[in-house]
Design a protein around this ligand. Structure first.
Ligand code: CP
Length: 323
Protein backbone atom coordinates (compact mmCIF):
# COMPACT_ATOMS: atom_id res chain seq x y z
CA UNK A 1 0.00 0.00 0.00
CA UNK A 2 1.54 3.27 -1.18
CA UNK A 3 -0.45 5.52 1.15
CA UNK A 4 -3.76 5.49 3.04
CA UNK A 5 -6.30 8.26 2.64
CA UNK A 6 -9.47 6.36 1.70
CA UNK A 7 -10.87 2.88 1.07
CA UNK A 8 -9.65 2.95 -2.55
CA UNK A 9 -6.04 2.74 -1.38
CA UNK A 10 -6.82 -0.86 -0.36
CA UNK A 11 -6.49 -3.74 -2.77
CA UNK A 12 -8.76 -6.21 -0.96
CA UNK A 13 -10.81 -5.12 2.02
CA UNK A 14 -11.55 -8.68 3.22
CA UNK A 15 -7.86 -9.67 3.14
CA UNK A 16 -7.00 -6.48 5.04
CA UNK A 17 -9.56 -7.21 7.79
CA UNK A 18 -8.19 -10.76 8.13
CA UNK A 19 -4.65 -9.43 8.35
CA UNK A 20 -5.69 -7.02 11.11
CA UNK A 21 -7.26 -9.89 13.05
CA UNK A 22 -4.01 -11.89 12.76
CA UNK A 23 -2.02 -8.87 14.00
CA UNK A 24 -4.45 -8.50 16.91
CA UNK A 25 -3.67 -12.09 17.95
CA UNK A 26 0.09 -11.47 17.80
CA UNK A 27 0.78 -7.70 17.91
CA UNK A 28 4.56 -8.01 18.33
CA UNK A 29 5.12 -10.42 15.43
CA UNK A 30 6.57 -7.59 13.29
CA UNK A 31 8.37 -5.62 15.98
CA UNK A 32 11.51 -5.28 13.78
CA UNK A 33 9.72 -4.22 10.58
CA UNK A 34 9.81 -0.49 11.33
CA UNK A 35 13.31 -0.39 12.82
CA UNK A 36 15.05 2.95 12.08
CA UNK A 37 11.88 4.30 10.46
CA UNK A 38 10.21 7.43 11.85
CA UNK A 39 6.50 8.18 11.86
CA UNK A 40 5.54 11.84 12.18
CA UNK A 41 2.03 12.57 13.44
CA UNK A 42 0.81 16.06 12.60
CA UNK A 43 -2.40 17.30 14.22
CA UNK A 44 -4.22 20.40 13.07
CA UNK A 45 -7.12 19.35 15.35
CA UNK A 46 -7.64 17.62 18.70
CA UNK A 47 -7.47 13.84 19.15
CA UNK A 48 -7.31 11.15 21.82
CA UNK A 49 -7.87 7.77 20.13
CA UNK A 50 -6.23 8.48 16.78
CA UNK A 51 -3.16 9.98 18.35
CA UNK A 52 -2.55 7.27 20.95
CA UNK A 53 -3.58 4.24 18.88
CA UNK A 54 -1.40 5.27 15.91
CA UNK A 55 1.53 6.00 18.22
CA UNK A 56 1.15 2.58 19.88
CA UNK A 57 0.75 0.88 16.47
CA UNK A 58 4.04 2.38 15.29
CA UNK A 59 5.76 1.36 18.55
CA UNK A 60 4.54 -2.24 18.07
CA UNK A 61 6.28 -2.22 14.68
CA UNK A 62 9.53 -0.88 16.18
CA UNK A 63 9.19 2.62 14.69
CA UNK A 64 10.18 5.94 16.22
CA UNK A 65 7.30 8.38 16.58
CA UNK A 66 7.22 12.19 16.67
CA UNK A 67 3.98 14.03 17.37
CA UNK A 68 3.26 17.70 16.81
CA UNK A 69 0.04 19.59 17.49
CA UNK A 70 0.87 21.99 14.72
CA UNK A 71 -2.29 24.07 15.37
CA UNK A 72 -1.07 24.92 18.89
CA UNK A 73 2.69 24.38 18.83
CA UNK A 74 3.62 25.29 15.24
CA UNK A 75 3.65 28.47 13.18
CA UNK A 76 0.30 29.53 11.76
CA UNK A 77 0.13 27.83 8.35
CA UNK A 78 -0.74 29.49 5.04
CA UNK A 79 -2.58 27.17 2.63
CA UNK A 80 -3.16 29.45 -0.37
CA UNK A 81 -0.80 29.12 -3.32
CA UNK A 82 0.83 32.42 -4.24
CA UNK A 83 -0.40 34.16 -1.07
CA UNK A 84 1.23 37.45 -0.11
CA UNK A 85 1.92 36.51 3.48
CA UNK A 86 1.63 39.90 5.12
CA UNK A 87 -1.20 38.81 7.47
CA UNK A 88 -1.42 36.41 10.40
CA UNK A 89 0.02 33.28 8.75
CA UNK A 90 3.74 32.73 9.34
CA UNK A 91 4.73 29.63 7.36
CA UNK A 92 3.46 28.21 4.06
CA UNK A 93 2.35 24.57 4.01
CA UNK A 94 4.72 24.14 1.04
CA UNK A 95 7.70 24.76 3.33
CA UNK A 96 6.36 23.16 6.51
CA UNK A 97 5.35 19.88 4.82
CA UNK A 98 8.63 19.66 2.90
CA UNK A 99 10.61 20.10 6.13
CA UNK A 100 8.58 17.49 8.08
CA UNK A 101 8.99 15.09 5.15
CA UNK A 102 12.78 15.31 5.54
CA UNK A 103 12.56 14.14 9.16
CA UNK A 104 10.00 11.35 8.68
CA UNK A 105 9.58 8.20 6.59
CA UNK A 106 5.78 8.21 6.92
CA UNK A 107 3.54 11.11 7.93
CA UNK A 108 0.09 10.92 9.49
CA UNK A 109 -2.00 14.07 9.30
CA UNK A 110 -5.30 15.15 10.86
CA UNK A 111 -7.02 18.11 9.24
CA UNK A 112 -10.71 18.83 9.85
CA UNK A 113 -12.97 20.82 7.49
CA UNK A 114 -13.84 24.50 7.99
CA UNK A 115 -17.57 23.62 7.49
CA UNK A 116 -17.82 27.06 5.86
CA UNK A 117 -16.71 26.40 2.28
CA UNK A 118 -17.94 23.05 0.86
CA UNK A 119 -15.93 23.21 -2.35
CA UNK A 120 -12.71 23.90 -0.48
CA UNK A 121 -13.34 21.24 2.19
CA UNK A 122 -14.43 18.57 -0.32
CA UNK A 123 -11.38 19.29 -2.49
CA UNK A 124 -9.29 18.05 0.48
CA UNK A 125 -7.12 21.10 0.00
CA UNK A 126 -5.03 20.70 3.18
CA UNK A 127 -4.47 16.93 2.94
CA UNK A 128 -3.52 17.10 -0.76
CA UNK A 129 -1.13 20.02 -0.23
CA UNK A 130 0.60 18.16 2.58
CA UNK A 131 0.83 15.02 0.43
CA UNK A 132 2.24 16.97 -2.50
CA UNK A 133 4.93 18.78 -0.56
CA UNK A 134 6.06 16.24 2.06
CA UNK A 135 7.09 13.66 -0.56
CA UNK A 136 6.72 10.67 1.78
CA UNK A 137 3.79 8.23 2.22
CA UNK A 138 0.85 9.80 4.05
CA UNK A 139 -1.76 8.25 6.35
CA UNK A 140 -4.97 10.20 6.92
CA UNK A 141 -5.71 10.56 10.61
CA UNK A 142 -9.09 12.09 9.55
CA UNK A 143 -9.36 14.60 6.77
CA UNK A 144 -12.02 17.13 5.82
CA UNK A 145 -14.29 14.46 4.31
CA UNK A 146 -13.13 11.00 5.48
CA UNK A 147 -11.87 9.06 8.51
CA UNK A 148 -10.57 5.81 6.99
CA UNK A 149 -8.66 4.50 10.06
CA UNK A 150 -11.89 4.75 12.06
CA UNK A 151 -13.88 2.94 9.36
CA UNK A 152 -11.29 0.19 9.12
CA UNK A 153 -11.53 -0.34 12.91
CA UNK A 154 -15.34 -0.33 12.57
CA UNK A 155 -15.43 -3.07 9.92
CA UNK A 156 -12.96 -5.15 11.97
CA UNK A 157 -15.34 -4.80 14.94
CA UNK A 158 -18.37 -5.82 12.87
CA UNK A 159 -16.52 -8.86 11.51
CA UNK A 160 -15.53 -9.96 15.04
CA UNK A 161 -19.11 -9.62 16.27
CA UNK A 162 -20.91 -11.33 13.37
CA UNK A 163 -20.68 -15.12 13.28
CA UNK A 164 -23.65 -15.90 11.00
CA UNK A 165 -23.44 -16.82 7.29
CA UNK A 166 -26.08 -14.34 6.11
CA UNK A 167 -25.28 -10.63 5.73
CA UNK A 168 -25.84 -8.45 8.81
CA UNK A 169 -28.18 -5.47 8.65
CA UNK A 170 -26.12 -2.42 9.58
CA UNK A 171 -27.87 0.91 10.22
CA UNK A 172 -26.06 4.23 10.37
CA UNK A 173 -28.31 6.59 12.29
CA UNK A 174 -27.93 10.35 12.59
CA UNK A 175 -27.97 11.59 16.21
CA UNK A 176 -28.45 15.03 17.75
CA UNK A 177 -25.51 17.19 18.84
CA UNK A 178 -24.91 20.62 20.32
CA UNK A 179 -22.66 21.89 17.53
CA UNK A 180 -21.96 21.39 13.84
CA UNK A 181 -19.74 18.37 13.23
CA UNK A 182 -17.97 17.20 10.06
CA UNK A 183 -19.47 14.53 7.78
CA UNK A 184 -16.17 12.62 7.68
CA UNK A 185 -16.99 9.66 9.95
CA UNK A 186 -20.38 9.11 8.32
CA UNK A 187 -19.02 9.51 4.76
CA UNK A 188 -16.22 7.10 5.48
CA UNK A 189 -18.39 4.51 7.25
CA UNK A 190 -20.79 4.60 4.27
CA UNK A 191 -17.95 4.24 1.79
CA UNK A 192 -16.55 1.17 3.61
CA UNK A 193 -19.94 -0.45 4.33
CA UNK A 194 -20.84 -0.25 0.64
CA UNK A 195 -17.79 -2.43 -0.03
CA UNK A 196 -18.42 -5.23 2.50
CA UNK A 197 -21.17 -7.88 2.64
CA UNK A 198 -23.88 -6.04 4.55
CA UNK A 199 -27.44 -4.86 4.15
CA UNK A 200 -26.57 -1.21 4.74
CA UNK A 201 -29.17 1.41 5.67
CA UNK A 202 -28.68 5.10 6.52
CA UNK A 203 -31.34 6.98 8.48
CA UNK A 204 -31.42 10.71 9.15
CA UNK A 205 -33.87 13.61 9.18
CA UNK A 206 -34.58 15.20 5.79
CA UNK A 207 -31.90 17.77 4.99
CA UNK A 208 -29.03 15.68 6.38
CA UNK A 209 -28.36 13.76 3.13
CA UNK A 210 -24.68 12.93 2.73
CA UNK A 211 -22.78 13.23 -0.54
CA UNK A 212 -23.92 10.48 -2.94
CA UNK A 213 -20.27 9.97 -3.79
CA UNK A 214 -19.93 8.07 -0.52
CA UNK A 215 -23.44 6.61 0.01
CA UNK A 216 -24.01 5.06 -3.44
CA UNK A 217 -25.33 1.55 -2.74
CA UNK A 218 -26.84 2.36 0.66
CA UNK A 219 -30.60 2.42 1.35
CA UNK A 220 -31.75 5.79 2.77
CA UNK A 221 -34.78 5.71 5.12
CA UNK A 222 -35.96 8.94 6.75
CA UNK A 223 -38.03 7.21 9.45
CA UNK A 224 -35.62 6.12 12.19
CA UNK A 225 -37.94 3.45 13.70
CA UNK A 226 -38.54 1.87 10.30
CA UNK A 227 -34.79 1.85 9.57
CA UNK A 228 -33.95 0.25 12.93
CA UNK A 229 -36.30 -2.73 12.40
CA UNK A 230 -34.31 -6.00 12.55
CA UNK A 231 -30.96 -4.19 12.62
CA UNK A 232 -27.98 -6.28 13.77
CA UNK A 233 -25.65 -3.28 14.22
CA UNK A 234 -26.58 0.35 14.85
CA UNK A 235 -23.88 2.95 14.27
CA UNK A 236 -24.74 6.27 15.91
CA UNK A 237 -23.20 9.52 14.66
CA UNK A 238 -24.03 13.16 14.28
CA UNK A 239 -23.10 15.14 11.19
CA UNK A 240 -23.96 18.62 9.95
CA UNK A 241 -25.76 19.31 6.65
CA UNK A 242 -23.93 18.61 3.42
CA UNK A 243 -26.39 20.47 1.17
CA UNK A 244 -26.94 23.54 3.38
CA UNK A 245 -23.29 23.15 4.17
CA UNK A 246 -22.20 22.95 7.80
CA UNK A 247 -25.63 23.96 9.15
CA UNK A 248 -27.81 22.29 11.81
CA UNK A 249 -31.57 21.96 11.24
CA UNK A 250 -34.04 22.09 14.20
CA UNK A 251 -35.55 18.60 14.65
CA UNK A 252 -39.22 17.69 15.02
CA UNK A 253 -38.45 14.50 17.02
CA UNK A 254 -35.72 13.15 19.24
CA UNK A 255 -33.15 11.06 17.35
CA UNK A 256 -31.10 10.06 20.43
CA UNK A 257 -30.65 6.26 20.59
CA UNK A 258 -32.21 4.71 23.71
CA UNK A 259 -32.85 1.18 24.97
CA UNK A 260 -36.52 1.69 24.08
CA UNK A 261 -35.58 2.24 20.42
CA UNK A 262 -33.23 -0.75 20.46
CA UNK A 263 -36.24 -3.01 21.12
CA UNK A 264 -37.18 -2.55 17.45
CA UNK A 265 -33.85 -4.08 16.37
CA UNK A 266 -32.62 -7.66 16.23
CA UNK A 267 -30.86 -7.22 19.60
CA UNK A 268 -28.47 -4.93 17.75
CA UNK A 269 -24.95 -4.16 18.87
CA UNK A 270 -24.35 -0.43 19.18
CA UNK A 271 -21.39 1.46 17.74
CA UNK A 272 -20.02 4.99 18.02
CA UNK A 273 -16.55 6.26 17.12
CA UNK A 274 -16.18 8.39 20.31
CA UNK A 275 -15.88 11.01 21.67
CA UNK A 276 -19.61 10.93 22.43
CA UNK A 277 -21.95 13.47 24.04
CA UNK A 278 -23.66 11.23 26.60
CA UNK A 279 -27.45 11.57 26.84
CA UNK A 280 -27.47 13.74 23.72
CA UNK A 281 -26.38 11.32 20.97
CA UNK A 282 -26.76 8.09 23.01
CA UNK A 283 -28.24 7.43 26.43
CA UNK A 284 -26.00 6.28 29.31
CA UNK A 285 -27.99 3.04 29.49
CA UNK A 286 -27.07 2.16 25.89
CA UNK A 287 -23.44 3.25 26.12
CA UNK A 288 -22.86 1.35 29.37
CA UNK A 289 -25.05 -1.61 28.38
CA UNK A 290 -24.09 -5.09 27.15
CA UNK A 291 -24.79 -4.23 23.50
CA UNK A 292 -22.28 -1.41 23.36
CA UNK A 293 -19.19 -2.01 21.17
CA UNK A 294 -17.66 1.45 21.60
CA UNK A 295 -14.63 0.29 23.60
CA UNK A 296 -14.02 -2.62 21.21
CA UNK A 297 -14.05 -0.13 18.33
CA UNK A 298 -11.54 2.10 20.12
CA UNK A 299 -9.34 -0.94 20.85
CA UNK A 300 -9.43 -1.96 17.18
CA UNK A 301 -8.11 1.47 16.19
CA UNK A 302 -4.71 0.12 17.28
CA UNK A 303 -4.84 -2.93 15.00
CA UNK A 304 -6.27 -0.95 12.09
CA UNK A 305 -3.40 1.55 12.32
CA UNK A 306 -0.80 -1.20 12.79
CA UNK A 307 -2.03 -3.07 9.71
CA UNK A 308 -1.95 0.09 7.58
CA UNK A 309 1.56 1.08 8.74
CA UNK A 310 2.80 -2.47 8.11
CA UNK A 311 1.40 -2.45 4.56
CA UNK A 312 2.93 0.98 3.84
CA UNK A 313 6.35 -0.07 5.14
CA UNK A 314 6.25 -3.31 3.12
CA UNK A 315 5.31 -1.50 -0.09
CA UNK A 316 7.58 1.54 0.19
CA UNK A 317 10.66 0.35 2.02
CA UNK A 318 11.21 -3.39 1.53
CA UNK A 319 13.40 -4.41 -1.45
CA UNK A 320 10.61 -6.06 -3.44
CA UNK A 321 7.82 -3.99 -1.92
CA UNK A 322 4.63 -5.99 -2.00
CA UNK A 323 1.15 -5.28 -0.83
N1 CP B 1 -12.66 8.48 16.96
C1 CP B 1 -11.63 9.36 16.90
O1 CP B 1 -11.07 9.64 15.85
O2 CP B 1 -11.26 9.83 18.13
P1 CP B 1 -10.23 11.04 18.36
O3 CP B 1 -10.85 12.26 17.71
O4 CP B 1 -10.10 11.17 19.83
O5 CP B 1 -8.93 10.69 17.69
Amino acid sequence: MKQFTNVNDIENIHDLINEALLIKRNPYAFSELGKNKTLGLIFLNASLRTRLSTQKAAMNLGMHVMVMNIDKEGWALEMEDGAIMNGSTVEHVKDAAAVVGQYCDIIGIRCFPSLKNKEEDYSENVLLKFMTYCKVPVVSLESATLHPLQSFADVITIKENWKKVEKPKVVLTWAPHVKSLPQAVANSFAEWLCKVDADFVITHPKGYELSRKFTKGAKIIYNQEEALEDADFVYVKNWSCYTDYGKMIPQEKDWMLTNEKLKITNEAKVMHCLPVRRNVELSDEVLDGKKSLVLEQANNRLYAAQTILKKIIEFNFLPFGED
